[in-house]
Design a protein around this ligand. Structure first.
Ligand code: B12
Ligand code: SF4
Length: 460
């Protein structure tokens, strides 16, 4: 749901600073993304704060910059700690270079305060579970830290963040907040980062705790729209129905953007109007890249289900966006057209065409790793091509993604351009139910998505 013009709150820092503060450590948070700070500016801010310990979070594409910041700050005598999914898996790769003192492996809410205590007391970090560090020419990984036994309540430090800065192009002018209602995802897709992060485990928070936190965001932080950052809040139908019921009771007047999946949306088709009544205005549909390489009946079924899910959401007044993946090793001009045809047939409000970006710590790496042409992690951003197709040049892949976005948008005026603040968001894009003709229930032929046979989709 991200867009370059957005400023999304860094929820990891909200929880980590909250956890460290609860254990008596004074904290400051610098949200470089929201403040638009480059590395030199962040360095200056950090030097001005003169911290004992600098803690940094970064996903894979931001990791080289995070390491560079740690390297510079460490040179002034400050201890540096880095965490997040990339750090959790890749610490043997970067720790030997000596840019950063400690990597936190896994969730940080317990590990970070314990590490900070240990450092302040001059203790032995090898006794803190969930940490890795370099010692001479060896990398030490301490005992594994069990996942948090309970996710309620999660510590928070919203007061340390520039909350008035957070906004989403989907709702211009509104204050944006964030929450997780669960961690991980039960679906275990091969390319998936959150699934790898939690090893396929899915843990939920209690409905009451989530509802209470939503009320706090509304009343204490003045938030108008909340992004659920967990990828699978709807995975358990019963639990999500209870959460929707609680939100309806509270009547907070919040708008809510969530992630979901085609099976969850179709399962809940009959109750989608209650999602909408509770404030759910935007659903991002999570799709593993493998879904763009299905064959035979599975492919036909996936297309028809995807279309039905989009229609069902639209009928309930909920906007949806999803990604269609390009840049596979077997990519050709024809497969690009097929993927575009699939996107046009689904007809979500927003379609993105990210490029296949296998991560070294996911199962997909076994399939695609040998086709990855660079270990420059700055390019692992799903926009720069890092997989070389056998029959296409890298620049052709990037151009294909842009072309697909342009052609998708050209098809229908009510489609939403990512970043188009005038039309973006669910509140303007649903003039009538099924503005899109029921047109396809099979894959359109390569090269001519608009010329595919017209066959009505049976109503369920
Ligand atoms: C919100 C979000 C964003 C926001 C980030 C806002 C922000 N300032 O943080 C925005 C929209 C900006 C964004 C942008 C991008 N994102 Co994003 N994003 C997410 C999302 C939905 C939630 C992340 C989150 O906050 N989770 C909740 C927190 C609490 O969990 P956490 O971060 O894992 O933190 C815990 C632990 O990891 C650990 N920890 C984390 N950091 C640290 C640091 C320290 C010091 C310690 C001790 C511990 C620790 O403790 C935390 C609490 O337990 C995830 C998908 C997902 N559901 O996870 C994708 C995700 C992280 N994004 C992803 C991608 C690809 C991108 C983009 C490249 C997209 C694009 N093409 O532009 C950009 C890259 C931005 C950048 N510069 O790096 C991928 C990352 C894959 C990877 N490993 O590289 C993910 C996993 C989505 C996906 N399935 O592909 N994203
Ligand atoms: S549905 Fe999405 S979040 Fe869940 S495992 Fe698949 S790709 Fe990951």
């Amino acid at each position: 749901m991200g867009d370059p013009t957005d400023a999304w709150p860094p929820l990891s820092l909200v929880h980590l600073a909250g956890a460290a503060r609860e254990e008596g450590h004074a904290c400051e948070v610098v949200d470089a993304l929201a403040l638009g700070l480059g590395i030199d500016e962040v360095e200056r801010v950090v030097q001005g704060l003169r911290p004992d310990v600098l803690c940094v979070t970064a996903a894979t594409p931001g990791f080289p910059a995070a390491l560079e910041l740690c390297r510079r700050v460490r040179a002034t005598g400050c201890t540096t700690v880095i965490g997040g999914v990339h750090a959790s898996f890749m610490y043997p790769e970067f720790l030997p270079a000596g840019d950063v003192d400690f990597a936190v492996v896994g969730e940080g809410e317990e590990t970070l305060p314990e590490l900070l205590h240990c450092l302040a007391a001059g203790g032995d970090p090898a006794r803190v579970a969930g940490v890795a560090f370099a010692l001479g020419n060896r990398v030490i990984r301490t005992a594994a830290r069990p996942r948090l036994a309970a996710l309620d309540p999660l510590p928070k430090a919203w007061d340390l963040l520039p909350v008035s800065r957070y906004s989403w192009s989907g709702r211009p002018g509104a204050r944006l907040g964030a929450i997780v209602s669960s961690r991980g995802c039960p679906r275990r897709c091969a390319s998936c980062c959150p699934s790898a992060q939690y090893d396929g485990a899915w843990r939920t928070r209690s409905v009451d705790a989530v509802a209470y936190e939503l009320a706090q965001l509304r009343r204490e932080q003045g938030v108008d729209v909340v992004g659920f950052y967990d990828p699978a809040p709807t995975a358990d139908a019963h639990r999500f129905a209870r959460l929707i019921g609680r939100i309806l009771e509270l009547d907070l007047g919040l708008e809510i953007a969530i992630w979901s999946s085609v099976p969850d949306v179709l399962r809940d088709e009959a109750v989608l109007p209650t999602w909408r009544a509770a404030g759910v205005t935007h659903v991002g549909i999570c799709r593993d890249p493998a879904e763009d390489r299905l064959e035979g009946p599975e492919r036909v079924r996936a297309l028809s289900d995807g279309r039905r899910a989009v229609h069902a959401l639209r009928a309930a007044g909920i906007a949806c966006e999803t990604s269609f993946w390009l840049g596979f090793p077997d990519e050709t001009a024809a497969t690009v057209e097929e993927t575009l045809g699939r996107a046009l047939a689904w007809d979500p409000d927003t379609a993105r065409f990210p490029l296949l970006t296998p991560l070294p710590y996911t199962r997909a790496w076994r399939t695609y790793g040998s086709h990855v042409v660079t270990r420059d992690y700055r390019l692992y951003n799903q926009r720069d091509p890092i997989v070389k197709p056998r029959d296409m040049e890298l620049h052709e892949v990037a151009e294909a993604s842009e072309r697909c976005s342009g052609r998708f948008l050209a098809g229908r005026p009510s489609r939403v351009a990512p970043g188009d603040v005038r039309r973006a968001g669910p509140w303007l894009v649903h003039p009538v139910e099924s503005a899109v003709p029921d047109r396809l229930d099979t894959e359109p032929p390569a090269g001519s998505p608009e010329d595919a046979p017209v066959r009505p989709v049976p109503r369920q």
